[in-house]
Design a binder for this molecule. Structure first.
Ligand SMILES: Nc1nc2c(ncn2[C@@H]2O[C@H](COP(=O)(O)OP(=O)(O)O)[C@@H](O)[C@H]2O)c(=O)[nH]1
Ligand SMILES: [Mg+2]
Length: 450
C-alpha cells in the first residue's frame, strides 16, 4: 500500500548527503518533497501540516552526531514523527475483566470487510490468544449476509449463532447471550449491518445493540481504498457510538495509505489491525513503528543513529565528570548538562536518581529552566569567548555588558546565569564529596548528574 509514498520519500531523502549540519536551506527542499508525497498519498492536509511543522522544528539546527550524516539524522526524525502520527505503540483487543465473555462489535459501511474481518479476528484470537470465540451474525438486511458468516464459521470451526433472516438484530443479540453462556465462549464477535453511507437508522440500531449487550470493543472496519473518506466515516461512527479501535482492510490493495496515516491523528482512534488479504488468516496487528520502518525502509540507519546518540550522551557525561573531578566544570559543561537534562525529560527524571536528597532536590528544582529561559542561557553562553566559557572568573562588568548585547539579553540575565552556574558548581562538588559522583555520570552507569 505504501510503495509509492515510500519510494518518493526515500528519493527525497537521498538528496540530503554530506554537510555538517542540517540547515534550513538543505532541508527545505526535502521537506517540500515529503509534503507533496504525503498529500499525494491522500493524507489529510491537516495531518500533513502538523507532521511537516514538527519535522521541520526538530530537524533544523539539530546537531550532527559523530558517525552519522545529516541525511541519516533526518531519516530518524521523519521516522519518529511517522510513528507518532500513526499512534505510537500497538494496541490490541481489551478483554472483559469479569467472567462474562468479551463482546466485540464490528461496525462499518457495506463492503468494508466486516464479515470477513469477523472470521479473521476470531481466528486470530483463537490461535494467538487461546480464546474460545463465537460469531453472531446480526446483518439481517443484506441477502446472504447471515449465510456468509455461517459458512465462514463452519469452515473454520467457530460456534456461530443461528440468526434467522427476518429477525430483528436487537432480538438476535438478546438471544445470543444465553447461547454464548451455553457455548462457554470467551469472546463473542458481532457482525453488524452496514449501509452505503452513515444514516440515522443504522446508528440508532447500533446504539440499541450497545444497550442490550455492552461491548468491550466497538471496532470500525474501514476500507483503506476509501482514502480520505474513511476519515469522515470514522468520525461519524465515533461521534455516535464511541469507537474503541479500527480494523483497516484491503491494505494489500493499491490504496495510497493516506487513511492509515490520517485516521489516528484526526480521530484519536487507534488502528488495531490491518486486513491484508481475502483469506481468513490475512490479519495483522498494527505496529506503527514497523509500518514507519517499512515506509522508510531504513532500519539500519535508525539503529545506527540511536546507537550514536547514546555514545554521544555518554561521552558528554564522561567529559563533564572528568572535568568536575578536576574542579574544571565550566559554563560549557553547564550548558551541555542542562540540555541533556531537558532531553532526559527534565528535572523530575533526574530526581529519580537522587532518593532522599531533600534540600538539594529542592534547590535543583528551582534551577530547572523553562524553555524560554533555556534559550536565553544558550544565547548568553554562545556569546562568550572560549576563554570566558572555560573560566567565568574573567567576566568583569564590561565583558558582561558585551555578552548581554551580543545575546540580546540584559546584564541582569548574564549575572543571574553566572550566579546559577556558581551554585551548580558548588552543588556538583558537594555531590562529589558525598561520593555520589561514583554512581552518577560515570560512563556505563547509564546515569547523569543533570
Ligand atoms: N483484498 C482484500 N479483500 C478484502 C479484505 N477484507 C475484505 N475483503 C473483501 O471485500 C469484500 C467485502 O467483504 P465483506 O466482509 O463481505 O464486507 P462487509 O459488507 O463489510 O461485511 C469481500 O469480497 C472480501 O473478500 C482485505 O483485507 N483484503
Ligand atoms: Mg457483511
Amino acid at each position: 500500500m505504501f510503495e509509492s509514498l515510500s519510494d518518493k520519500i526515500l528519493g527525497s531523502l537521498k538528496k540530503l548527503k554530506g554537510g555538517h549540519k542540517i540547515t534550513e536551506s538543505n532541508v527545505e527542499e526535502v521537506i517540500k518533497e515529503i509534503r507533496l508525497s504525503l498529500l499525494d498519498a491522500d493524507v489529510n492536509f491537516k495531518v500533513v501540516k502538523k507532521f511537516i511543522d514538527e519535522v521541520k522544528q526538530k530537524a533544523i539546527g539539530e546537531k550532527v552526531i559523530e558517525n552519522v550524516n545529516p541525511g541519516q539524522m533526518f531519516v530518524k526524525i521523519v521516522h519518529d514523527e511517522l510513528v507518532k502520527t500513526l499512534g505510537g505503540g500497538a494496541s490490541e483487543i481489551i478483554f472483559s475483566s469479569s467472567a462474562e465473555p468479551t463482546v466485540v462489535f464490528l461496525v462499518g459501511l457495506q463492503g468494508a470487510g466486516k464479515t470477513t474481518s469477523a472470521a479473521k479476528l476470531a481466528l486470530f484470537l483463537r490461535t494467538k490468544k487461546q480464546k474460545k470465540v463465537g460469531l453472531v451474525p446480526a446483518d439481517v438486511y443484506r441477502p446472504a449476509a447471515i449465510d456468509q458468516l455461517q459458512t465462514l464459521g463452519k469452515q473454520n470451526n467457530f460456534p456461530t449463532f443461528s440468526s434467522q433472516v427476518g429477525q430483528r438484530p436487537q432480538d438476535i443479540l438478546t438471544q445470543s447471550k444465553a447461547w454464548a453462556k451455553e457455548q462457554q465462549l470467551d469472546v463473542v464477535i458481532v457482525d453488524t449491518a452496514g449501509r452505503l453511507t452513515i444514516d440515522e437508522a443504522l446508528m440508532s440500531e447500533l446504539s440499541d445493540l450497545k444497550t442490550i449487550w455492552a461491548p468491550q470493543e466497538i471496532l470500525l472496519v474501514a476500507d483503506a481504498m476509501l482514502g480520505q473518506q474513511s476519515v469522515q466515516v470514522a468520525e461519524g461512527f465515533h461521534q455516535r457510538l464511541g469507537l474503541t479501535g479500527l480494523i483497516l482492510t484491503k491494505v494489500d490493495g493499491d490504496a495510497r495509505g493516506g487513511a492509515a496515516l490520517s485516521i489516528r491523528e484526526v480521530t484519536g482512534i487507534p488502528i488495531k489491525f490491518l486486513g491484508v488479504g481475502e483469506k481468513v488468516s490475512a490479519l495483522e496487528i498494527f505496529h506503527p513503528d514497523r509500518l514507519a520502518g517499512r515506509i522508510l525502509d531504513m532500519g539500519d540507519v535508525l539503529s545506527l543513529v540511536e546507537k550514536a546518540q547514546e555514545v554521544m550522551d555518554e561521552k558528554l557525561a564522561q567529559k563533564s565528570t572528568e572535568r568536575l573531578l578536576k574542579n574544571e566544570f565550566s559554563l560549557e559543561d553547564f550548558l551541555a548538562q542542562i540540555q541533556q537534562m531537558k532531553k532526559l525529560g527534565g528535572i523530575e527524571t533526574l530526581l529519580k536518581f537522587l532518593p532522599g536528597m531533600g534540600e538539594i532536590s529542592k534547590q535543583l528544582k528551582t534551577m530547572a529552566p523553562p524553555d524560554q529561559e533555556m534559550k536565553k542561557i544558550e544565547a548568553i553562553i554562545h556569546s562568550m569567548t572560549n576563554q570566558e566559557r572555560r573560566n567565568h572568573k574573567v567576566l568583569n562588568g564590561s565583558r558582561r555588558l558585551r555578552i548581554a548585547k551580543g545575546s540580546g539579553t540584559q546584564v541582569s540575565d548574564v549575572n543571574k546565569l553566572i550566579k546559577q552556574f556558581e551554585e551548580a558548581q558548588k552543588m556538583m562538588s558537594q555531590f562529589m564529596k558525598m561520593g555520589l559522583g561514583s554512581g552518577m555520570g560515570r560512563p556505563g552507569s547509564g546515569k547523569r548528574f543533570f
